[in-house]
Design a protein around this ligand. Structure first.
Ligand code: HEM
Ligand SMILES: *[C@@H]1O[C@H](CO)[C@@H](O)[C@H](O)[C@H]1NC(C)=O
Ligand SMILES: *[C@@H]1O[C@H](CO)[C@@H](O)[C@H](O)[C@H]1NC(C)=O
Ligand SMILES: *[C@@H]1O[C@H](CO)[C@@H](O)[C@H](O)[C@H]1NC(C)=O
Ligand SMILES: *[C@@H]1O[C@H](CO)[C@@H](O)[C@H](O)[C@H]1NC(C)=O
Ligand SMILES: *[C@@H]1O[C@H](CO)[C@@H](O)[C@H](O)[C@H]1NC(C)=O
Ligand SMILES: *[C@@H]1O[C@H](CO)[C@@H](O)[C@H](O)[C@H]1NC(C)=O
Length: 327
C-alpha cells in the first residue's frame, strides 16, 4: 500500500490482480499509461524540435541523463538551480559551462504540466529525453521503465566526483562499479562520445606538453589528428573553451564510429583512447568497431541499467512542478 498514491488507487487495485504488490515500488514500463497517456509523444515532439533547431542538443540531453544518474541516482538532482539557501550541482566542475539542455527539459515539463499536472517526474523526463535523443540521431530505441521520483537534495561534492577525462581508466571503472555497473558498461556507455562536442581544455594536455615534456604529444594519438587538433586548439589559454567534435568523422550521428576511431588511435579524450590500451577493454572495443548492431543493442541495455541507478520510487521524493526548484 505504501507505494500507491490515492490517485493511483484504482490502478493499484488493478495491478494487484496481476502483479505482486512489490512491483509497484519498482520502475514499470506502463507507469503513466493511465495518468499521462500522451507522455511519450509530448517528450518526442519537443526533443525533435530542439534537435532540429540545434543538432548538438541530442548529445547534450544524453549527457544530462548520465550526470543526473551518477549523482544521487536518477532523481533529477542535476536540474536544480542554486539559490542562496540551496547549493545544486550546476556549478560543479563537470557541469559548469558544460552541462546543457536545461531549457529543453523546462519546455517539456511545462507541456506535461498542462497535459497531466503534477504527474510526471523530472527524472523520468530526462530519461525519456535521452532515449529520444539517441533514437533521433540514428541510435537504438529501447523501452524505458518509468516511475522515478524527484529528489529533494543535490550533492555538489558528488557532482565534482563524476568521471574525469584526466583520471586513469581504473578510477573510472571503479566509479562505474560503485554505481552497480561493470567494466563492459564503461566501454559500452563511453560509445556516447560518438556525437557531441568537447572543449579544448579537456584534451589539450595530449597535444603540446604530454606528461610535462614540452613539445611532446600523446604517443597514443594518431599524428595527423594531433596536427589538426593543434590547429583547432592552439597552445594558448584562450582556446580552452573552443568546441571540437568528439567524433569528427560522423559528428552528429549515433553510430559505432567512436570505436572505429579508437582502433585508429583517434579517440579525442585520453579516457576514451585508454579503452584501447587495457587488455580488459580492448576486445569489446574491437568487437563494437566491427559489429555496429552489437554496439547499438548493448548500448540500449546499458542505458536501461544506468537509468535504474539509485532511483526513488513509491512515496519517496516528490514530483516537482518546476524541474529547477523543490516543491
Ligand atoms: C567514462 C567516463 C566519461 C568521461 C571521463 C567523460 C567525459 C566527458 C567530457 C570531458 C566531455 C566534454 C565536456 C565539455 O568539454 O564541456 C564529455 C562530453 C560528452 N559526454 Fe562524456 N564522459 C564519460 C562518460 C559518458 C557517458 C557514460 C555518457 C552517456 C551515456 C557521456 C555522454 C557525453 C556526451 C553525449 C557528450 C557531448 C555533450 C555535448 O556536446 O553537449 N559521457 N564527456
Ligand atoms: C494526445 O495527443 C494527440 C496528438 O498528439 C491529441 O490528438 C490528443 O488529444 C491528446 N490526448 C490527450 C488526452 O491529451
Ligand atoms: C535554438 O538554438 C540556439 C543555439 O544554436 C539557441 O540559442 C536557441 O535558444 C534555440 N531556440 C530554441 C527555440 O530552442
Ligand atoms: C554528498 O556526497 C558526499 C560523498 O558521497 C557525502 O560525503 C556527503 O555527505 C553528501 N552531502 C550531502 C549534502 O548529501
Ligand atoms: C593559462 O592557464 C594556466 C592554467 O589555468 C594558468 O596557470 C596561467 O596563468 C594562464 N596563463 C595566462 C597567460 O593567462
Ligand atoms: C593484462 O595486462 C596486465 C597489466 O598490463 C598484465 O599484468 C596481465 O598479465 C595482462 N593479462 C592478459 C590476459 O594478457
Ligand atoms: C568479441 O567477439 C568474439 C567473437 O565474436 C567473442 O568470442 C568474444 O567473447 C567477444 N568479446 C567481448 C568482450 O565481447
Amino acid at each position: 500500500m505504501e507505494c500507491a498514491t490515492n490517485k493511483h488507487y484504482l490502478l493499484f487495485l488493478f495491478c494487484l490482480m496481476f502483479f505482486s504488490p512489490l512491483v509497484l515500488c519498482q520502475l514499470n514500463y506502463r507507469f503513466y499509461d493511465a495518468t499521462c497517456p500522451n507522455l511519450s509523444s509530448i517528450v518526442r515532439s519537443n526533443v525533435w524540435s530542439a534537435i532540429s533547431n540545434e543538432t548538438r542538443m541530442a548529445a547534450s540531453l544524453l549527457r544530462l541523463h548520465f550526470h543526473d544518474c551518477f549523482v544521487n541516482g536518477c532523481d533529477g538532482s542535476v536540474l536544480l538551480d542554486d539559490t542562496s539557501a540551496f547549493k545544486g550541482e550546476k556549478s560543479a566542475n563537470p557541469n559548469k559551462n558544460s552541462a546543457r539542455g536545461f531549457e529543453v527539459i523546462d519546455t517539456i515539463k511545462s507541456a506535461l504540466e498542462k497535459a497531466c499536472p503534477s504527474t510526471v517526474s523530472c527524472a523520468d523526463i530526462v530519461t525519456l529525453a535521452a532515449r529520444e535523443a539517441v533514437y533521433v540521431s540514428g541510435g537504438p530505441f529501447w523501452p524505458v521503465p518509468l516511475g522515478r521520483r524527484d529528489g529533494r537534495t543535490a550533492n555538489e561534492t558528488e557532482a565534482n566526483n563524476l568521471p574525469s577525462p584526466f583520471e586513469p581508466l581504473q578510477n573510472i571503472i571503479d566509479k562505474f562499479i560503485n554505481k552497480g555497473l561493470d567494466i563492459n558498461d564503461v566501454v559500452t556507455l563511453s560509445g556516447a562520445h560518438t556525437f557531441g562536442f568537447a572543449q579544448c581544455f579537456t584534451f589539450k594536455s595530449r597535444l603540446f606538453n604530454f606528461g610535462g615534456s614540452a613539445g611532446k604529444s600523446d604517443p597514443t594519438m594518431d599524428t595527423s589528428l594531433v596536427q589538426s587538433l593543434q590547429k583547432l586548439c592552439p597552445n594558448q589559454n584562450d582556446s580552452d573553451t573552443k568546441l571540437v567534435p568528439l567524433d569528427p568523422a560522423t559528428t552528429n550521428r549515433f553510430d559505432n564510429m567512436y570505436y572505429r576511431n579508437l582502433v585508429s588511435n583517434s579517440g579525442l579524450l585520453q579516457s576514451d583512447q585508454a579503452l584501447m590500451s587495457d587488455n580488459r577493454t580492448t576486445t569489446l572495443v574491437l568487437n563494437y568497431s566491427k559489429y555496429p548492431f552489437l554496439f547499438l543493442r548493448d548500448f540500449a541495455l546499458s542505458m536501461e541499467k544506468m537509468g535504474r541507478i539509485g532511483v526513488l520510487t513509491g512515496q519517496e521524493g516528490e514530483i516537482r512542478k518546476n524541474c529547477r526548484v523543490l516543491n
